[in-house]
Design a protein around this ligand. Structure first.
Ligand code: PFF
Length: 447
């Protein structure tokens, strides 16, 4: 996609940006991280961070991208020439690279489930048996690495052709379908016996369980689900025409995201408690719970297959954005180069991701700081690199962009009230840097 190419509509942009945002973060990562961090209080802190940090940062990335109309690295160069700020974009590329290396592992798990569901292997088992099937499948090195590669191949194929043609059309059908299916799933989950305990777990905050680590993880989770701190949203918004309102787009994306997180929580936790499963089971949580909930539905297998297709789609649209940011910097709008680099980078990510894929099997015992390779990659991205990238973006905007120019950019395509702009500016200038630093230092035990 060359810099001059643009989304064919505001909807196209929203769908692609929302597609980047909505993915494994809301559906897979949120439930397991909330489960490990006590539930309700984590959820509440996550929502709070999403509103006071995530939303303003998303808007900050949008303003950078559309002002500069360039890729994740050159946007910083355009706005702040002869400075080192472009390194924020490079940090984003590195973050994206590591992120996709383990993200694709989970993408692969979805493919495994899809295969098993379609071939009738996911039918009529007990909850323990489902867990057994899943556990032994992802422990198999050939399967876990194979499906990771398959997921990456799909990502490479789309990105090598230019993202917008593919995603715009498909998203228009897949996203609404995902919402509908999730709603059906929630209705089934909250009417299970013993569902109330799960609802209480998610919605009733118990602050005695909150530690500085919980706060850091809630912040990381809010950046992760909104794809902020990586300059992915800088890249995407550079393709958006000046006639469209950035604040409106940001608000729709944040609302959609919160809704999906809530739906995922309400689908998973009632079922976890109803079936007597362990909410703190970690990254495998969703995969342990899903087949059992679906088997409780009439035509459950059909719904399960439909859900997995949509889930895979949601994961892919996020994966596209991760590869896209790297490829768009390197290929600079040249179509031939784009093809070549999408393959080179995609395959490099595959190689780097292999140890993560093996973390649930042959490399399960290899740990550092008590974390497997997979967990370590996830933790580094979510709780170190995303906050760091976000912090730098929050510093860049007020330091390198003029307040009046920012107001004009954010005004385009629909009136933005001055008061709201001032609130946003305050949150970016003071709120975000202070809060992010405080949360990070607190988690390190420094303050
Ligand atoms: N927001 C995506 C999700 O929730 O699955 C993950 C993500 C995509 C994070 C792209 C960061 C990013 F740059």
């Amino acid at each position: 996609m060359s810099q001059k190419e643009q989304w064919s509509s505001r909807l196209g942009f929203i769908l692609a940006a929302a597609g980047s945002a909505i993915g494994l973060g809301a559906i897979w990562k949120f439930p397991y991280t909330a489960g490990q961090n006590g539930g309700g209080a984590f959820f509440l802190i996550f929502i709070l961070f999403t509103l006071i940090l995530g939303l303003p940062l998303l808007l900050a990335e949008f303003s950078i991208g559309r002002t500069a109309q360039n890729n994740a690295v050159d946007s910083y160069k355009t706005i702040a020439p002869k400075s080192k700020w472009y390194r924020v974009g490079i940090l984003g590329m590195i973050t994206s690279f590591i992120l996709l290396s383990f993200y694709s592992v989970v993408g692969g798990w979805i493919i495994v489930y899809l295969y098993k569901a379609v071939t009738g292997q996911m039918y009529g088992l007990s909850s323990d048996e489902y867990m057994g099937v899943f556990g032994s499948t992802i422990a198999n090195p050939f399967i876990s690495v194979g499906v990771q590669l398959l997921f990456l191949l799909m990502t490479i194929l789309v990105v090598s052709r230019g993202v917008e043609k593919g995603i715009e059309k498909a998203s228009k059908i897949m996203m609404p379908a995902l919402f509908i299916l999730f709603t059906i799933l929630v209705i089934r989950a909250i009417t299970l016996d013993g569902a109330m305990e799960g609802i209480t777990f998610l919605l009733q905050p118990d602050f005695s369980k909150v530690t500085s680590q919980t706060i850091l993880e809630a912040m990381g989770q809010s950046f992760f689900t909104l794809s902020v701190g990586v300059s992915v949203m800088v890249t995407y918004s550079s393709y958006l025409p000046k006639t469209q309102s950035l604040p409106r787009s940001a608000i729709s994306i944040v609302s959609l995201n919160i809704l999906i997180v809530l739906l995922a929580g309400l689908a998973i936790f009632p079922a976890v408690f109803s079936f007597g499963l362990e909410p703190g089971a970690g990254p495998v949580l969703l995969f342990n719970v899903l087949p059992t909930v679906f088997s409780q539905l009439p035509f459950g297998m059909l719904f399960f297959i439909a859900f997995l297709v949509l889930f895979l789609f949601a994961a892919l649209t996020s994966a596209f954005s991760m590869l896209e940011i790297i490829v768009s910097v390197i290929s600079k709008g040249d179509l031939e180069k784009r093809k070549k680099w999408a393959w080179i980078i995609g395959l490099a990510i595959f190689v780097v991701g292999i140890p993560s894929a093996l973390s649930y099997g042959v490399l399960a015992d290899i740990t550092l700081f008590e974390k497997t390779i997979f967990d370590l990659a996830d933790y580094t991205v979510s709780n170190i690199l995303l906050p760091l990238g976000s912090l730098l973006i929050a510093l860049f905007v007020p330091l390198k962009m003029k307040k009046t120019a920012l107001y004009e950019e954010l005004q385009l395509g629909g009136g933005l009230k001055k008061g709201l702009f001032e609130t946003w500016y305050f949150l970016i200038r003071f709120g975000a840097p202070i809060l992010i630093l405080a949360v990070m230092l607190d988690a390190l035990g420094i303050i």
